[in-house]
Design a protein around this ligand. Structure first.
Ligand code: FA5
Length: 341
């Protein structure tokens, strides 16, 4: 019996050496030490049939072998697990000295940045920021703004028609003056940023699609002084605190009186350069007091309410701000240009 035990021990030990996976270890464990069919378990279970004088010695030896095999199994399992871990570490090895890969990062377009900055100035003065449709009707873009079908002012805004005479791509953000006043009773304070379209030949300062920001303030006591105050604040924040603002008499059918507004050229600080065509001033917007007829068109009583409106060209302002002398760069999607902002 002791010989059989010795043979079992040697066989089990040798077989354990050949187990090279945790699955093989489990199979080995149930073959030799398993509760049900394990060979060594069977020996221990058969002790009761062994003659009493040999039982103690055989039982003792069987238990020693059991303890030895269990210890060998634990050692083998630990060795296998650390080998598996080592393999995984090798396979998933990280080289922390490799240079990182840059994620390409997007940024706001300079026109979007400028729109945000301008809107923030007016929002701090209590203006709401509102958006309106780019496809407009003739009524909102022209007629309600005091520009009937045969009015010569239409020639200044060559129009892209969707349905000739009826539906168009807005040529200005001013139709939103009408839309806002139709929706609200005074007091009104709003700015409307957005794209506008004009069917004109492009050059360094003219685009067929560009951006405007419309401003509208209606109350009972509003004067041109308020307009000037708001625009001075805008100019100081956007172009710098020493910037001066100049009003030049002008004409728009929907404002009376009307004014073009210039600011001192920030490139030459007013001494004269190519950007300001050596005048020291750059035109940035059109403005005026809202025409009484426009107020009547939206059922506001012009003897009670008065207000101002302005419309600024965002590209021209961005050009001044960033010292750019070619408006078409904004829409060319050239990353060498855009990455500078
Ligand atoms: C208007 O569009 C009026 N709606 C402005 C206005 C609003 C006046 C409210 C009174 C009250 P004008 O056509 O001048 O006006 O355009 C306004 C600004 O848009 C200009 O000062 C200029 O900065 C810009 N602009 C005009 N045409 C172009 C163009 N083709 N490309 C780029 N910017 C332009």
């Amino acid at each position: 019996m002791l010989d059989r035990l010795e043979e079992l021990r040697q066989r089990a030990t040798a077989e354990l050496e050949t187990c090279d996976s945790t699955a093989a270890l489990t199979a080995w464990n149930s073959k030799y030490l398993g509760r049900q069919d394990g060979e060594l378990t069977a020996v221990l279970r058969g002790l009761r049939d062994v003659p009493a004088d040999q039982r103690k010695a055989i039982g003792q030896r069987a238990n020693e072998i059991k303890a030895e095999l269990e210890a060998l199994l634990a050692a083998r399992r630990a060795a296998l697990e650390s080998a598996e871990m080592e393999r995984a570490l090798q396979a998933e090895r990280l080289d922390v000295t490799l240079p990182g890969r840059n994620e390409p990062k997007g940024g706001l377009h300079p026109i979007s940045q400028t729109i945000r900055d301008i809107c923030r100035v007016f929002s701090e003065m209590g203006f709401h920021i509102i958006e309106g449709p780019e496809v407009e009707t003739d009524y909102y873009n022209f007629q309600a703004l005091n520009i009937p079908a045969d009015h010569p002012a239409r020639d200044m805004q060559d129009t892209f028609w969707v349905v000739p005479g009826q539906i168009l791509l807005r040529t200005q953000t001013s139709p939103n003056q009408i839309r806002i006043m139709q929706e609200q009773r005074p007091p009104v304070r709003a700015v409307v940023p957005g794209k506008v379209y004009r069917n004109e030949a492009t050059d360094a300062t003219h685009e067929a699609m560009f951006h405007q920001i419309e401003g509208l303030l209606i109350d009972k006591t509003t004067t041109m002084r308020d307009l000037r105050g708001c625009l001075e604040r805008f100019a100081h924040v956007i172009f710098g605190p020493t910037t001066q603002v100049r009003f030049r008499p002008s004409y728009f059918p929907f404002t009376e009186p009307s004014a073009e507004v210039d600011v001192t050229c920030i490139v030459c600080r007013g001494t004269g350069c190519r950007v300001c065509k050596y005048s020291g001033w750059v035109e940035v917007l059109g403005s005026g007091m809202v025409h009484p007829q426009v107020l009547r068109n939206v059922n506001y009583d012009p003897s009670v309410y008065r207000g101002f409106a302005f419309g600024m060209g965002v590209e021209r302002i961005a050009m001044m701000r960033y010292g750019i002398n070619e408006i078409r760069l904004f829409s060319q999607n050239d990353l060498r240009f855009l990455n500078q902002f």
